[in-house]
Design a protein around this ligand. Sequence first.
Ligand code: GLU
Length: 289
Amino acid sequence: MRVRRFGAVIGAATALAMALTACGSDTESTQATTVVQKAKDSKKLVVGIKYDQPALGLKKPDGTFEGFDVDVAKYIAKELGVPESGITFKETVSANRESFLGGGQVDLVVATYSITDARKKQVTFAGPYYVAAQDTMVLADNDDIKTAQDLKGKRLCKAAGSNSFRRVTEGPPDGKLAISGVKLVDASSYSECVAKLKAGALDAVSTDDLILAGFANTQKGQFKVINNPISEEKYGVGIKKGDTETCEAVNKALTKMYQDGTAKTLLEKHFAGTGLQLKTTVPQFEGCA
Ligand code: GLU
C-alpha cells in the first residue's frame, strides 16, 4: 500500500515536471524574442516589401511578387531556415516601414529602405545589401533640367515617408544639396510620383537610380534619367530596433549572397539593359550595434 502510494507520488511529480518542461518550450516558441529565433522555430517570416516598384518590389496581377528586393528577401529567409512557402509578403510603403517594424506587423523590411541617421534612431539596419545613388528623372522631351541644381523653382515629387526629397531640399546629415525654392508636390508613393510626372503635374522625380531605372524600363521612351547622381543610398534590411542577433544573422546571409555570386546574378536579372553600372562586390556593412 505504502509502496504503491509512493509510486503514485513519483508518477505525479514526473507528470508535473514533464508538463512544466512542455510549457517552457511552448513559451519559447510562441514568444521568440528575436526574429532569427522565430524563423528557426516556426519556419515563417513576414517580410515588408514594396508592391509598386518595377524590378524591385512588384505585386503582379496573378498575386505573385517579383524584383530584386523580393529575391534578396527570399535569400535571407532561406539562410534563416525559412523556405519560400513560409514567407508572407506584406506591403510596406515608404511611410509605414518604421511603425510596421516597431509594432511587429512585419519581421523584416526589404523595400528600397535607405539607412539614414533619423531612421537609425527607430530601426536596426542590417546591410547595406546594395548602395544605390539618387538621380533625377524628367519627361523624355524635357530640356531644362540637366543637373539637380536645375530643380530650383521646379515642381518636385515628395513621396510620403521617403527621404529622397530631403537630399534635394535639405542639408546633411539626411539631406544633401539644400536647394531653396523647390516646389514640393505630395504623392503617396513613387508609382504615384511617376504617374504625376507623366501627366505633367510635376517636373521631376528625384530618387534612387534603381527605382528610376525600373520605372523608365517599363515605360520606354517616356522618361529620361539625367545621370547626375547626388548621393549614396545604402539599402538596409529593416529590423525591429535592438534585435542585433537578427541583424548579425542577416549580415552573414548577405555576405554569402555576394560571395556565392547570387547578388550579381540577381542584379543582372533585374537591371540588365537599364544602362546602370551595377556594383557586384559586397558593400561595406554599417554594423549592428
Ligand atoms: N531609398 C529612399 C528612402 O528610403 C527612397 C525610396 C523609398 O522611400 O523607398 O527614402
